[in-house]
Design a protein around this ligand. Structure first.
Ligand code: SAM
Length: 198
């Protein structure tokens, strides 16, 4: 079962940022490592579920040209405020990740931090093809999604499933197991992957 637009909006309206499991007040460590090591190069970036904007603002601060989309208008309102406080320019839009109103090969990088695992199973092909279409050939795709190690669930993936789902459109550079203590003080398991658009 996936959440709908109103569910997400009500989560952002009812809870403060420190009550959101995924909102850790700092960019994802693996993202920072990959950018600092040059594995992800500066350019035009799409954050497919930008949430409160933490990762996108980090990218904008260091020189990426960032577009962030999210289904929740409240999340976009929060990101805009945070971007303004950080004094960075970002293009932040309320937008469904299944409809990417961007040109073919418009982006050098697509950031997916906790997004793909919220795509309903029947929409996965649409999502993957959309990301593939808007990324330049050779552009990078960063994926952080729930791992099967959290237990059974429609949105918890094995490494094999990620390979099956993405390898038609991407060369997979790595898939790593990671775990975090999230904002709700629960340890969760994730798969972290970096892929190159074929
Ligand atoms: C787990 S949060 C991750 C937020 C952010 N990427 C991060 O790492 O902090 C998932 C986000 O996906 C957004 N979302 C859910 N369904 C969406 C959809 N159909 N289109 C765009 N965003 C969506 C939610 O509003 C929420 O902000």
């Amino acid at each position: 079962m996936s959440f709908e637009r109103d569910d997400w909006d009500s989560i952002y309206r009812r809870r403060s940022l420190d009550q959101l499991p995924w909102e850790r007040g700092k960019p994802r460590e693996m993202l920072v490592e990959l950018v600092e090591s040059g594995m992800i190069e500066k350019g035009r970036a799409l954050d497919t579920c930008c949430g409160a904007g933490t990762n996108g603002i980090y990218l904008a601060e260091i020189g990426f040209d960032v577009v962030g989309i999210d289904i929740s208008s409240k999340a976009i309102e929060i990101s805009r405020k945070k971007a303004e406080e950080a004094n960075v320019q970002m293009d932040l839009r309320v937008q469904d990740f299944l409809v990417l109103p961007f040109d073919d090969e418009e982006f050098d990088f697509v950031l997916d931090s906790g997004c793909f695992h919220h795509v309903a199973a029947e929409n996965r092909t649409t999502y993957i093809e959309g990301v593939h279409r808007v990324l330049k050939k050779g552009g990078k795709y960063f994926l952080l999604c729930f791992s099967h190690k959290n237990g059974p669930g429609w949105n918890q993936f094995t490494e094999q499933q990620i390979k099956q789902l993405f390898s038609k459109h991407f060369e997979i550079l790595f898939i790593k197991d990671v775990e975090f203590l999230e904002g709700d003080l629960v340890y969760r398991f994730f798969l972290n992957s970096l892929m190159v658009r074929i």
